[in-house]
Design a protein around this ligand. Sequence first.
Ligand SMILES: [Zn+2]
Length: 326
Amino acid sequence: MDSFQHTVKRAVKFAGIGLHSGKPVTLTVLPGEENSGVRFLRSDLRQGEPVPAFLDRIVDTRLATTIATDEDVISTTEHILSALFGLGIDNAVVVLDGPEVPIMDGSAGPFVHILRKVGRQRQKACKWMLKITREISYADGDTTVRILPHDGFKVTCEIDFDHPLIRRQRFSAELNPASFASEIAPARTFGFLDQVERLRQNGLALGGSLANAVVIDDEGVVNAEGLRFADEFARHKALDVIGDLALLGFPLLGHVVTRKSGHGHHHALMKQLVAQPERWDLIAYQPEGPNRVLAKVASTTREASDKLLSYLLPPSLALAGEPCFA
Ligand SMILES: [Zn+2]
């Protein structure tokens, strides 16, 4: 990790189709200003301010994570956000000419491959991170999602499906841009054949095919090429949770541990975090020697989500004048 913010070196364009609409969509990642975070813009709608990728914009978490302001709906945000956060890109404007992020091959691999080729641009502002100081958790039935204090960013995901091919899978990794790119980004989304057929009857997953998802039937994997990893399903869960937690607006210093979770649970965990500001600090990150110096900048006491959002929304840019290292 770095002590300064980064954006993309230049504009990057991706063309694909929406998983649910089946319609062509173009996604362009543009360089973003310091302290502006990741924001989405619908170029096919009226020209307005980009929508911050922030949890208070979440309007739907049923099949994918959808954010919106008024009619500016942006659906399936998790894979592109996972790619940007996994690669340590703090600021960017993601421009879409339709309501859905293109599904590409069902993973974050194509985004990550091209973004790494283009490279990152270091910016002058220091890198702000959410440092977890005490466990934050959410539970619902046999689902648990937690973030534990950790000196780095680590993800552990466990899934449990009543299918002979999957059953219980657990994936755990300490992450940096290189390990994210090789261990998590290529893992594809997956679905069960009968479930896919039901979605299609309801006018969903119209763009879904073996080119953008691992499909499983009673026998096993339908895709001729098989799996990319034996535990590809659990790795994709890690991809999704990183993309969902990116909606906190800041990268995490902590260990995310999930069991049988989905987008709705990840949203609930973020709400827990926002409601308990005594369990985290917003810090200027400085990797220096074996003992990193972490300058405590803000520990909010009131409406922490408003405070977090105020850091993201221009023109307040409350952090812009803050010194990087206290
Ligand atoms: Zn996914």
